[in-house]
Design a protein around this ligand. Sequence first.
Ligand code: UD1
Length: 354
Amino acid sequence: MRILSVVGARPQFVKLAPIAQAMEGSAEHLIAHTGQHYDELMSDVFFRDLGIPAPDFNLGVGSGKHGAQTGAMLAGLEEIIETSAPDCVLVYGDTNSTLAAAVAATKLHVPVAHLEAGLRSFNRRMPEEHNRVLTDHSADLLLAPTQVAMDHLATEGLGKRSVLVGDVMTDVLYKVRESLVGSGAALPAGLSKGSYYVSTIHRPDNTDSPERLQAIISELASLDKPVLLLAHPRLRSLAEKHGIDLDQGAIVLSEPLAYPQLINAAMYSAGVVTDSGGLQKEAFLLRVPCTTIRPETEWVETVDLGWNVLVSAELSVLAATVQRPTPAPTDATPYGDGHAAKRAVAALLSAFGS
Ligand code: UD1
């Protein structure tokens, strides 16, 4: 059986790593990279550090407005799917690369499987929400990370196509954490354990308005410990455009980190402040308190279990929230046991294998 994985943006490379490994010896696995993310630090470093095979195809689509970017991927992926003739196209998460691949395969009557299906923010302002809803409804097999995601799929009439496999990012995190413990890997910027925060901000709702971005940066700059701000290219370019200095007050400005370095930095931090989906969950799995600068989250378990607090309209409460006492311990495992990728590949073989 031949499976074509389509990826393009940073979080998808992390999800691809355990899947590529689980495919070995089970299926012929081809990888197409759309080129949505293309910087060394946003793309190449993930393939190297996580041992992902080099992509078989690279479209080099790059940045652009949603329609132009998604359209260029759609046209390019059509060619790739026709040439490679897979038995199934596997798409990941909720980016424009996910939607483009789902549409391209559906139009060519090639079965689509969606990894990380069923997540919902119910916020139609987010491009990721359009991408995941449209992808779920066009896919033939829905691989859900959580019971909550399964419930959303059932509510939308997609229950029969859904399988609960667990969260593949948990697979990667557990493995990388194990390799880090006792490794003595240095923290960035001379920071010392437990005495700094880690922050990432990149979502359009937080970066595109100068007033909003300025307010977030001012709050981060006034926290009581150094804030390692790992600046996504979108954040840097919009801060520059709006004339906002990112390097101020408590902020320690940094390039994005490679995955093992990110996990090392988060693991030894006093807290995480982010609008990233993945990092919220990684903070929970590492049992580091997280503050999420968004009105809602898809990873509701992190909030319900007390390890994640949402702050959105009332940014003035950010400092008090970030500096809150450590939450009550929990041994809950809503994201699975670290073997989700194996279950995902088994589900693919069972659905589309001959
Ligand atoms: C994308 C995903 C988002 C995911 C995020 C993770 C969509 C709609 N959004 O958002 O779900 O959480 O990736 O990072 O697909 N840029 C570079 N170098 C790069 C990549 C991007 O400089 O390697 C700049 C581009 O100039 C662009 C901006 O970053 O203006 C945004 O890139 P884009 O891929 O459109 O979306 P993200 O904001 O990264």
